[in-house]
Design a protein around this ligand. Structure first.
Ligand code: FAQ
Length: 309
C-alpha cells in the first residue's frame, strides 16, 4: 500500500467510518476479516444441524413452522455472510473447501448434541442470546458489507431468541417432567454458551489488533459479562437454575460474578475433539456432494444463457 493509501485507511478507521470493498486496505486487515466473516458464515451453516435434527419430530404444527423458519433464516445468514466475504476477493468455492478441510473454523457451540426438544428452546434462548450480544456491536464494525449484513441478521436473531425463551417458558408452565427437561438442557448448554465469546482476553491472540482496526468493538470478556448480566434475570423469570455455584451479584461492580468455563474443553472442541465435530463435517460434506448436480446444472444454464445473449 502507498503511504497515501495507508494514511487514508488509518484516518477512516480513526473516524469510525466504513472501509468499502474498493478501498485500499492492509493485507492483514483483509485476512483478519476473511477469517472472521468466513468463520461466522460457516457457523450459521453448520449451526443449522443441531436444531434441524428436530424438525421431523416437532411436537406440534406451530412448533414445526417456527423451527423451519428459524433454520431457514440461518441458511440466509450464512449466504449474506459468504457474500460479504466474497467482496474481499475470496470465492465461495474456496470458503466451502476451507470449511470441509478444517482450514477454517466454525463456532464451538455447534459441536454439542441436541438430545431433547427442550434443546431447541435453550439454543434459541442462550445461543441466539449470546449471538445477539456478540453481533449487535458488529453492526458498527469497520468493514461496510459485514456491518450491513449484521443489521438484518441481528433483527432475525432477536426473533430467534424470543421463540426460544417462549418455548422454555411454555415448558416451565407444564409438568414436572417438562420442567426437568428444561433444567437438564440448560445445565448442558450454559458453559458452552459462555465459551462462544472466545478465550479470555489474556489468551486471545487477535482481539487487540481487531479492536484497533474497529473489526471488533468489544473484547471477548466484556461481551461474556454482558451476556451473563442479561441472562441471569431471564433465568430467574423462567424459574431455571444456572449451573454455576460462583454466580453472585456484585453490588460494587453492578454486575454478576461468575465462574470460569473449562478452557481445556473449549480448546479441545475448537481443535476438533468435541462430541459432534466429525458428525457435523461429515454431514456438511454429504450435503455438498449431494448438491453437485445442482451446481453443474446452474453452471450449464448460465453458459447457455451467455451463448444465447
Ligand atoms: N469457536 O483471538 P480470538 C451463530 C478461535 S453465532 C471456535 O479471541 P477472534 C448464530 C478463533 O477463531 C456463532 N473457535 O479470535 C446461530 C481463533 O482461531 P484462529 C458465530 C473460536 O476472532 C445461532 C482462536 O480461537 N458467531 O452462528 C471460538 O478475535 C443458533 C483465538 O481466539 C461469530 O462468528 C469459538 N467459540 O474472536 C446460528 C461472531 N472463539 O482463527 C445457528 C463473529 C475463538 O486464529 C443457531 N466472530 N475461537 O485459528 C467473532 O466475534 C470473533 O471471531 C470471536 C473470536 C469472538 C468468535
Amino acid at each position: 500500500m502507498s503511504d497515501v493509501a495507508d494514511r487514508t485507511f488509518e484516518e477512516t478507521i480513526a473516524r469510525h467510518d466504513r472501509i468499502e470493498p474498493r478501498d485500499a486496505m492492509p493485507d492483514d486487515y483483509r485476512h483478519t476479516l476473511i477469517r472472521q466473516i468466513a468463520q461466522h458464515a460457516h457457523s450459521e451453516i453448520i449451526g443449522m444441524q443441531p436444531e434441524g435434527n428436530w424438525i421431523t419430530r416437532a411436537p406440534s404444527l406451530r412448533r414445526k413452522a417456527i423451527l423451519l423458519a428459524k433454520v431457514q433464516d440461518e441458511a440466509g445468514h450464512g449466504l449474506y455472510l459468504y457474500s460479504a466475504a466474497e467482496t474481499l476477493g475470496v470465492s465461495r468455492e474456496e470458503l466451502t473447501r476451507n470449511l470441509l478441510t478444517g482450514a477454517q473454523k466454525y463456532s464451538s457451540i455447534f459441536n454439542y448434541p441436541t438430545l431433547s426438544y427442550a434443546d431447541v428452546g435453550t439454543i434459541g434462548w442462550l445461543v441466539d442470546g449470546a449471538a445477539i450480544c456478540n453481533q449487535v456491536p458488529l453492526c458498527r464494525t469497520s468493514y461496510g458489507p459485514y456491518g450491513r449484513a449484521m443489521i438484518r441478521i441481528c433483527k432475525e436473531e432477536s426473533f430467534h431468541q424470543r421463540q426460544g425463551y417462549e418455548l422454555l417458558a411454555t415448558m416451565m408452565r407444564g409438568t414436572d417432567e417438562q420442567r426437568a427437561m428444561v433444567q437438564e438442557s440448560v445445565d448442558r448448554f450454559w458453559w458452552p454458551s459462555l465459551m462462544m465469546f472466545g478465550p479470555p482476553d489474556g489468551d486471545s491472540p487477535h482481539t487487540a489488533q481487531s479492536m484497533a482496526w474497529g473489526i471488533k468493538r468489544h473484547t471477548n470478556d466484556e461481551l461474556r459479562r454482558w451476556f451473563v448480566d442479561m441472562t441471569v434475570p431471564q433465568a430467574e423469570a423462567l424459574g431455571v437454575t444456572l449451573p454455576d455455584p460462583a454466580l453472585a451479584w456484585n453490588a460494587e461492580r453492578a454486575s454478576y460474578d461468575f465462574g470460569e468455563p473449562d478452557w481445556d474443553e473449549f480448546w479441545a472442541v475448537v481443535k476438533g475433539d468435541g462430541p459432534c465435530n466429525a458428525q457435523r463435517l461429515a454431514h456438511r460434506q454429504q450435503a455438498y456432494d449431494d448438491g453437485a448436480w445442482v451446481r453443474e446444472a446452474a453452471l450449464a444454464f448460465a453458459e447457455k444463457a451467455g451463448d444465447e445473449g
